[in-house]
Design a protein around this ligand. Structure first.
Ligand code: IMP
Ligand code: MG
Length: 181
């Protein structure tokens, strides 16, 4: 049997590190949003494992929704144009939205999403992301809950993909170079 773990050069964040961090974030969110009208908004598909784990650590009433977006343009020059592939199902006017994201790289996707969501007149919008690559940031994004700050490696696992694969790894790792070639 071919186990996808064989393709990983180095584990950057273990299952245990991730589990502990998600518990911490879940506890903070539960405190910060007590008495509010919380909607967790996952960005497909990378946020799915984080969303599933975080959801279970939140002890206050909350609902859940998903959006799917894709970035346009070539990779060397990001146009900042983002296309919505799946819109909100829930009515968010007057609600407290917490965007749940896998990783923030340039920040362009979230910048666009924040602008878009502001137009829906929620009471508040904040971001929870598992990973952030501060060195790569092209636009300033205010993130309320950050799991881990990471260097500029290409990462897979815990929702992150390479060519749509490796999302199912329970940890975050660096792919072996030969996989790209
Ligand atoms: P941004 O708009 O540049 O911030 O793009 C963020 C999105 O890029 C994330 O939601 C991921 O889908 C993807 N991404 C960024 N870095 C990585 C990585 O290291 N591995 C896999 N996907 C990544
Ligand atoms: Mg994503």
């Amino acid at each position: 049997m071919y186990n996808i773990k064989e393709d990983i050069k180095e584990i950057l964040l273990t299952e245990e590190q991730i589990r502990n961090k998600v518990k911490e974030i879940g506890a903070k969110v539960s405190e910060d949003y007590a008495g509010k009208d919380l909607i967790l908004l996952g960005i497909l598909k990378g946020s799915v494992p984080f969303m599933a784990d975080l959801l279970k650590e939140i002890v206050i009433p909350c609902s859940m929704d998903f959006m799917d977006v894709s970035s346009y343009g070539n990779s060397t020059k990001s146009s900042g144009v983002v296309r919505i592939l799946k819109d909100l199902d829930l009515e968010v006017e007057g609600k407290d939205i917490l965007i749940v994201e896998d990783i923030i790289d340039s920040g362009i996707t979230l910048e666009y999403l924040l602008k878009y969501l502001e137009g829906k007149k929620p009471k508040s919008i904040e971001i929870a992301c598992m990973l952030t690559k501060p060195e790569r940031r092209k636009v300033e994004i205010d993130v309320k809950y950050i799991g881990f700050k990471v260097k500029d490696y290409f990462l897979v696992g815990y929702g992150l993909d390479y060519a749509e694969k490796y999302r199912n790894l329970p940890f975050v790792g660096i792919l072996k170079e030969e996989i790209y070639k």
